[in-house]
Ligand binder design. Structure first.
Ligand code: NAD
Length: 361
C-alpha cells in the first residue's frame, strides 16, 4: 500500500501543471494513491456550497499530505481566498520557499541557494483591517498618535511570541535536518520595534535556549534589515542560506530570489501545520495561460520532489530534482518563460523531465 496523498488540481493552469507533476512521479515509480479533491471556484463549479469544502479539509487531515495546484481568488469578492481558508483550517503556521539557481541552456547561474521560511497567519497578511472612519480605526489611530484619524484606513501588523517561537523552532530544526548552517532573521526592527522587534527578540531567545547537542545545534542565527537583505540577494546572492521572516517580507524576498534564479515558474513551496503538509508551486493560477499547454510545470514538479522527501523518499526526490536541472541545462524542452529558442508546451517539458528521471533509476 502506497502513501495516500490528497490531490487538489486547482484552477487556471493548475490542472495542467498537476498533470505534469503526476507524470514525473509516475516515471520515478513513486508509490502514491491519490484522493482528488477541489478548492475555490472549481469546487463551487462542482456544486460545493463552500470554496473550502469540508470534504477537502477532511481529506487533507486524513492523509496528512496535499499536492496542490494554484487556486484563483475571486475577483469580485464572491468568496474569501480559498488558500487562506485552507491554511486556517489546517493550522498551517509556516511556509517554505526554497530557491536554487541552476544554469539554463548552457548559460551561467548566480550562486543562489536560499530557503525562505515565512511565518504564516500573522503579520500584515492576516487580513486584520479597520475601515476608514470606523470607531475602531479612529480609536487605534488616536492611540498611536496619527495625524488624520478620521479618514485613514488601517491594516494591522501583529506578531505574538508563541507563534514566532513555533516558527523559529521549525526553521532551526529544518535547517539542521537539511544540512543548512545559517538562519538569518529578516526584519525592520529599527523602525517597527513592537512587531519586528518582538520577532527578532523571540528568534534570538529560541536560538539562545538551544542545548549544545540538540537537534538544532551547529546552526548559526544572525539577522539583516529587510531593505539590505533585498539588495544583498541581488548583488551577493551567496550571502544567504536560510531566511526567517514574516509573511509580507517573505513574499517579497521569495519572489525576488525566484526572479534572480530564473523566474517564478521555477519556484517550489511547502507549508506545514500540526496535522498536514501542503506542497505547491510559488506561482498563482495565471488564468491568461490556462488551457493552452503553455505554463512552466517545474515549480510544481520541484514541489512534488519536496513532498517525496517529506514522505521519506529522498532517493526519488533527488532523481526528480536532478532531472529538472538536466532539462534546464540542456535547454531543448523549456516553456515560453525560459526558452531562448522555440518553446515547448507544458506536457512536452514534463515528458522530458519524466524521461530523464526514469532513466536515472
Ligand atoms: P500568477 O503567478 O498566477 O501570474 C503572474 C504571471 O506570472 C503570469 O501572467 C505569467 O506571466 C507568469 N507565470 C506564473 N506562473 C507561471 C508558470 N507556471 N509558467 C509560466 N509563467 C508563469 O500571479 P497573479 O496573476 O497575481 O495571480 C493569478 C491568480 O492566482 C489570482 O487569482 C491569485 O489570487 C492566484 N494565486 C494563487 C496562489 C496559490 O494558489 N498558491 C498563489 C498566488 C496567486
Amino acid at each position: 500500500m502506497g502513501h495516500l496523498v490528497t490531490l487538489v488540481p486547482g484552477d487556471g493552469i493548475g490542472p495542467e501543471v498537476t498533470a505534469a507533476a503526476l507524470l514525473v512521479l509516475d516515471a520515478v515509480g513513486a508509490d502514491i494513491d491519490w484522493d482528488t479533491r477541489h478548492l475555490g471556484s472549481s469546487a463551487l463549479d462542482r456544486g460545493e456550497t463552500s470554496a473550502v469544502p469540508a470534504g477537502t479539509v477532511e481529506s487533507a487531515r486524513r492523509t496528512g499530505c496535499v499536492l496542490k495546484g494554484p487556486v484563483s481568488t475571486s475577483r469580485d469578492g464572491g468568496f474569501r481566498s480559498p488558500n487562506t481558508g485552507l491554511r486556517r483550517e489546517l493550522g498551517l503556521f509556516v511556509q517554505l520557499r526554497p530557491v536554487r539557481a541552476v544554469p539554463v541552456a548552457g548559460g551561467s547561474a548566480p550562486p543562489l541557494d536560499v530557503v525562505v521560511v515565512r511565518q504564516t497567519g500573522e503579520d500584515l497578511y492576516a487580513g486584520w483591517e479597520l475601515a476608514p472612519g470606523s470607531p475602531a480605526a479612529v480609536e487605534a489611530l488616536r492611540a498611536a498618535g496619527a495625524d488624520d484619524v478620521s479618514a485613514s484606513g488601517v491594516s494591522l501588523k501583529a506578531f505574538s511570541p508563541a507563534a514566532v517561537r513555533r516558527t523559529a523552532e521549525f526553521a532551526l530544526r529544518w535547517a539542521q535536518a537539511h544540512g543548512r548552517r545559517r538562519v538569518t532573521v529578516v526584519h525592520k526592527a529599527t523602525v517597527m520595534r513592537e512587531t519586528d522587534g518582538l520577532f527578532l527578540r523571540v528568534c534570538r531567545q529560541v536560538a539562545a535556549e538551544r542545548p549544545g547537542d540538540g537537534p538544532t545545534a551547529g546552526v548559526e542565527l544572525d539577522d539583516a534589515l529587510v531593505d539590505n537583505a533585498c539588495a544583498q540577494l541581488v548583488r551577493r546572492p551567496a550571502a544567504f542560506d536560510v531566511l526567517l521572516t514574516g509573511m509580507l517580507y517573505g513574499d517579497v524576498l521569495s519572489d525576488l530570489a525566484a526572479a534572480v534564479a530564473g523566474g517564478v515558474g521555477l519556484a517550489p513551496g511547502a507549508a506545514y501545520g500540526p496535522d498536514a503538509a501542503v506542497f505547491e508551486a510559488a506561482h498563482g493560477s495565471a488564468p491568461r495561460h490556462a488551457g493552452q499547454d503553455r505554463a512552466n510545470p517545474m515549480g510544481l514538479i520541484r514541489s512534488a520532489a519536496l513532498m517525496l522527501r517529506h514522505l521519506g523518499d529522498g532517493e526519488r526526490a533527488a532523481r526528480v530534482e536532478s532531472a529538472v536541472d538536466a532539462v534546464l541545462a540542456e535547454g531543448r524542452d523549456l516553456t515560453y518563460d525560459l526558452a531562448p529558442g522555440t518553446p515547448v508546451g507544458t506536457r512536452r517539458c514534463a515528458e522530458a523531465i519524466a524521461e530523464r528521471a526514469a532513466s536515472s533509476g
